[in-house]
Design a protein around this ligand. Structure first.
Ligand code: HEM
Length: 218
C-alpha cells in the first residue's frame, strides 16, 4: 500500500531550526572524528591487498530539509583517508547522513571520486546500538551508479555499512562492498573497518545560528 499523502506539496510548519537538538539516531555521529587503525581489503591484479589507514571524518549538521511533507534531518560529511606510508589520498568520500523522524528511515548518500555514487537506506538498530544501511546495484531507491569503466572492470553489486556506537563515545564501522572484478570467478569482498574518536565538536547548522542571532537582538 502507498504510505504517502495525497498532498505532496505542503511542507511541515513549526520545525525546530536547531538540527543538533533533533538528530535522533544520527546525534552520535555529529562532529569531527579521527581513526588511526583502519584496515582495508582492496582488489589488486595479483590478489587482495590489505592496508592499514588513517581516517578523518567531518560530519556537520545541515538545515532541516523538506520534500513537501517529508521532513529530513541530516549531517553533511567528508571522509579523507591516507596511510602512514604515503601522503596521497587513499580514499575520499562525501555525502549526507539523513534521518526521517516520522518513519525512522536512515539514509546515507555516498560519492567517491571514481565516478561512483549510491544512496543506502536502512534504520537505527532496534536496541539503539548503531545504524545499518545498504544499497544494491539496479535498485531504483537504494541503488549504486558507476561510470562505464567500473561497470566493465569492477562492477559494484552491493554495499552495506554497519555502524556501532561504542560505550566510550567512539563509534566503529564495517563497510562491506561486493565487487565483480573482470576475469575473476569469485565476487570480491572489499572490506573496510575503523573506529573513530571525536577530535572536535560540530558547529551549529546555519539556520540555528541565524535564529539565535535574531533572537538575541530582539
Ligand atoms: C574506507 C573506505 C574505503 C577505502 C579505504 C577504499 C580503498 C580502496 C583502494 C585502496 C582501492 C584500490 C585502488 C586501486 O588499486 O586503484 C579500492 C578499490 C575500489 N573501491 Fe574502495 N575503498 C573504500 C570504500 C569503498 C566504497 C564504499 C566503495 C563503493 C561503494 C568502493 C569502491 C571501490 C571500487 C569499485 C574499487 C575498484 C576500482 C579500482 O581498483 O580501480 N570503495 N578502494
Amino acid at each position: 500500500m502507498n504510505p504517502f499523502p495525497d498532498d505532496i506539496f505542503t511542507e511541515p510548519e513549526d520545525v525546530d531550526p536547531d538540527t543538533l537538538a533533533n538528530l535522533g539516531p544520527l546525534a552520535r555521529l555529529a562532529g569531527v572524528w579521527e581513526g588511526r587503525k583502519g584496515i582495508d581489503l582492496n582488489p589488486k591484479a595479483d590478489g587482495p591487498e590489505r592496508r592499514a589507514y588513517l581516517e578523518r571524518i567531518d560530519l556537520q549538521p545541515i538545515d532541516p530539509q523538506a520534500n513537501g511533507p517529508q521532513l529530513l534531518r541530516g549531517l553533511r560529511y567528508h571522509v579523507h583517508i591516507n596511510t602512514e606510508e604515503e601522503d596521497i589520498t587513499f580514499h575520499d568520500q562525501v555525502g549526507y547522513w539523513l534521518w526521517e523522524p516520522a518513519t525512522g528511515l536512515v539514509m546515507q548518500s555516498l560519492t567517491i571520486p571514481r565516478g561512483q555514487s549510491l544512496l543506502a537506506g536502512g534504520s537505527a538498530k532496534p536496541d539503539g546500538s548503531g545504524l545499518i544501511v545498504s544499497a544494491r546495484r539496479g535498485d531504483t531507491e537504494y541503488g549504486i551508479v558507476s561510470t562505464a569503466f567500473l561497470e566493465y572492470a569492477f562492477r559494484t553489486d552491493s554495499y552495506t555499512l554497519d555502524v556501532t556506537f561504542n560505550a566510550d563515545g567512539s563509534w566503529s564501522y564495517v563497510s562491506d562492498t561486493m565487487l565483480t572484478v573482470r576475469g575473476q570467478a569469485e565476487p570480491f569482498r572489499h572490506l573496510d573497518r575503523n573506529t573513530l574518536v571525536r577530535v572536535a565538536e560540530p558547529a551549529p547548522n546555519p539556520l540555528a545560528v541565524i535564529t539565535r542571532a535574531k533572537a538575541s537582538t530582539t
